[in-house]
Design a protein around this ligand. Structure first.
Ligand code: SAJ
Length: 450
């Protein structure tokens, strides 16, 4: 970073060891740290997990994404990136601090304990003139009502002795670095000087547009974005149920409807996984003034639809198996929460595997990117997973799965096997291939089943 940039970052032109300190080196914090380090900022990451910190300092990324793996290796060896568990020192030695800790949902309520703790620690350690940017997803009003007061209690004034902004992250796991650098961003601030500081910094790591607003609007935008996606997916899932009842192929209907210039229907599937879309709508629902309205909200219904889609998959499996043998082996293909990632958090496969195990099946799981099996037996490869099975279920649309020949797969399975496609990976129209019965979620073969 050049001298002018360093000066705009710090009101007090003191020397620091680092330009940027990222607190929390998880799915958001690590790509953030990598993006800054890749642009030449002296970046330090802080995490409470020593194994993560030690790994990064050896140049090893805890995340498997190719860009991140490469960046951690290079940035650490070039001296642009390091990690520590010593938050106090890292924060005190940085011009800007980015807080990227988790804000999980527990028993239906958002828990801000990690964020509160992180903010308190940062407030106790920052030096006058530091910029603090929070990126964690939070209920609207959190920056103004909870975060800023924590710093004020330590004698800091926003826009004077420190600078505060709320800039929600928009990265999708699987492509984090590129999304960080290339997505438009919302920059929320309640003081002009703080806004200028945040914009100056983010301009250096963003190839796209930065949109300014106040902190509560920025917080709301983040929740609305993810809730919108959840509601759109719920609509696709509803279309699937309706088409199945009518007896037309959902995938064909959606493909044709999407030729309309103003229609963009998403894909139905076994449910919505991942750490964000299954949580953020509940955070938004907490902002209803009237609990009755919240109960009838389209947002809540969307959650109910998406959370229960796995039951449609179970109906297809049970129906398929009722037609065939007594063999109890079932292969579940895909345990990650979405294609091309190795992240199993809130994956719909968990519910399907649990039910199958509960029903007494011999369940085998295989995912080329994800080691999690949710209690199923782990198959080393696709063949081991399906060998001798009477049913296999495609739960994630990984590209490698779409390249599989069903006829060849069937050769390893029991006679007259069933293949259930919960993610639209197999071509429309194929219901019987040789002796293999194919049942597709939303397909004509599902007619009368769910
Ligand atoms: N899914 C469907 N049908 C679709 C698209 C997705 O069933 O047509 C399912 C996926 O299989 C997966 C789930 O939805 O189980 C979520 O996947 P996703 O790719 O839609 O979203 P995330 O959770 O990986 O990332 C989202 C992103 N938000 C939006 O696209 C609005 C990302 O930009 C956010 O940064 C991220 O949430 C977050 O951290 O909040």
């Amino acid at each position: 970073m050049d001298e002018a940039g360093l000066h705009t970052l710090s009101r007090v032109y003191r020397q620091t060891l680092y330009d940027i300190c990222v607190v929390g080196l998880g799915y958001v914090g690590l790509p953030t740290a990598c993006a800054f380090a890749s642009r030449g900022f002296r970046t330090v990451g802080v995490d409470i997990k020593r194994e993560i910190v030690d790994g990064i300092n050896r140049g090893q990324s805890p995340l498997g994404e190719a860009d991140i793996v490469k960046c951690v290796k290079e940035a650490v060896s070039q001296g642009y990136l390091s990690a520590t568990i010593d938050l106090r020192r890292a924060v005190a030695e940085s011009k800007a601090v980015i807080i990227a800790v988790q804000t999980p949902l527990e028993n239906g309520k958002v828990r801000l304990k990690y964020l509160t703790r992180a903010c308190r620690s940062v407030a106790a350690a920052i030096k006058s003139g530091a910029l603090v940017i929070v990126v964690s997803t939070v209920p609207p009003g959190t920056t103004a009502k909870m975060i800023r007061p924590i710093f004020e209690q330590r004698g800091f004034n926003d826009g004077d002795s420190f600078f505060l902004a709320y800039c929600p992250e928009r990265i999708a796991p699987g492509n984090s670095m590129s999304e960080f650098l290339n997505n438009d961003r919302i920059v929320g601030f309640d003081n002009g000087k703080s806004g200028d500081m945040a914009l100056q910094l983010l301009k250096r790591v963003t190839n796209s547009n930065l949109y300014s607003t106040d902190t509560v609007t920025a917080e709301t935008v983040k929740l609305v974005e993810n809730t919108a996606r959840d509601v759109y997916i719920a609509f696709a899932n509803e279309v699937s149920k309706i088409c199945t009842k009518i007896g037309v192929d959902t995938w064909d209907v959606i493909r044709l409807a999407n030729t309309h210039p103003r229609v963009r229907i998403l894909r139905p599937g076994p449910g919505v996984g991942g750490p964000c879309l299954s949580k953020d709508p509940y955070m938004l629902l907490q902002s209803y003034r009237d609990a009755k309205l919240s109960k009838k909200s389209i947002i809540r219904y969307a959650r109910i639809i998406n959370e229960n889609m796995y039951q449609d998959v179970m109906k297809l499996i049970r129906f398929g198996l009722a037609q065939v043998s007594s063999n109890r082996k079932i292969a579940v293909l895909g345990t990650a929460y979405k294609p091309e990632v190795g992240d199993p958090r809130s994956s719909p496969s968990e519910k399907v595997i649990s039910e199958l195990i509960h029903d007494g099946f011999d369940v085998w799981a295989y995912d080329p990117y994800c080691k999690e099996t949710f209690g199923a037996r782990e198959a080393r490869d696709l063949i081991e997973a399906v060998k001798g099975a009477s049913c296999c279920v495609f739960m994630v649309a990984h590209r490698v799965f779409s390249e599989v020949s069903i006829t060849q797969l069937g050769r390893f399975m029991e006679e007259q096997p069933v293949v259930v496609d919960a993610v639209g990976i197999l071509p429309v129209g194929e219901e019987l291939k040789g002796n293999i019965r194919i049942i597709r979620l939303g397909g004509i073969s599902a007619h009368g089943i769910c």
